[in-house]
Design a protein around this ligand. Sequence first.
Ligand code: HPA
Length: 270
Amino acid sequence: MSGFGRECAEIVRAARPGSYRVGMILGSGLGSMADEVEDAVRIPYGHLAEFPVSTVTSHSSELVAGTMSGVPVVILSGRAHYYESGNAQVMRTPVETLKELGCNILLATNAAGSLREDVAPGSPMLISDHINWSGLNPLIGEEDERRFLDLSAAYDADLRAAMHKVAETTGQGISEGTYMWFSGPTFETPAEIKMAKMLGADAVGMSTVPEVIIGRFLGMRVAAMSVITNFGAGLQAHGLSHDETKSMAQVGMDRMKELVRGFVQEVGHE
Ligand code: HPA
């Protein structure tokens, strides 16, 4: 089962010829990362077959191809989530397109709730592993044996080391942890957050895991990073809201941009 990645890649190449190194997916409130791209061509998702136009405010739904730190990159500014359509494969064609354009490295970003007191809103967290709590999988329906995908090292150790190196040289700290995927669109209950903590999660969110699985399935090297926008339900005095997600993602954005620019420079020339 494959999507329209090849056709979409041709459209992108017609607009901006070349081969690309790093593909990126931007999470809620993180769209301004795309402004970092130089010599950029922007293609609305509506012009690309099977690209899902996100219904979430703060997602802009365009593909941005250009360079960052001198490295050819493709940014998916805006992702669709499972909860928008009930389709766990909704990001299949967009990730295929990155791969078809030559991106061997995928960096997925998201906004997430922290379960750790020492990882506060506004800070970045590198994802080292995930727990798929949704019961869903974008490879359901895949017919050949490749569906039995090994996820024991889904989050590439060398890419993580590169991000840590950048965090050190820029004088920032970056924590690392396990991300737990809930389907959304509701936020979790305090009881679910307690459970998530007991099961070993460090952060919770409603995205990323499907794209990581698709990226690994396509043979890409994958890294993923959260911007913490809140503490999980029951761990902070006030309730949760999408407005808070968007505004705190802005707060985390400057650190995130510095890390991502450095990361692309570090891994894009390999
Ligand atoms: N839970 C799920 N998704 C999120 C959260 C959260 O607390 N914060 C930002 N996205």
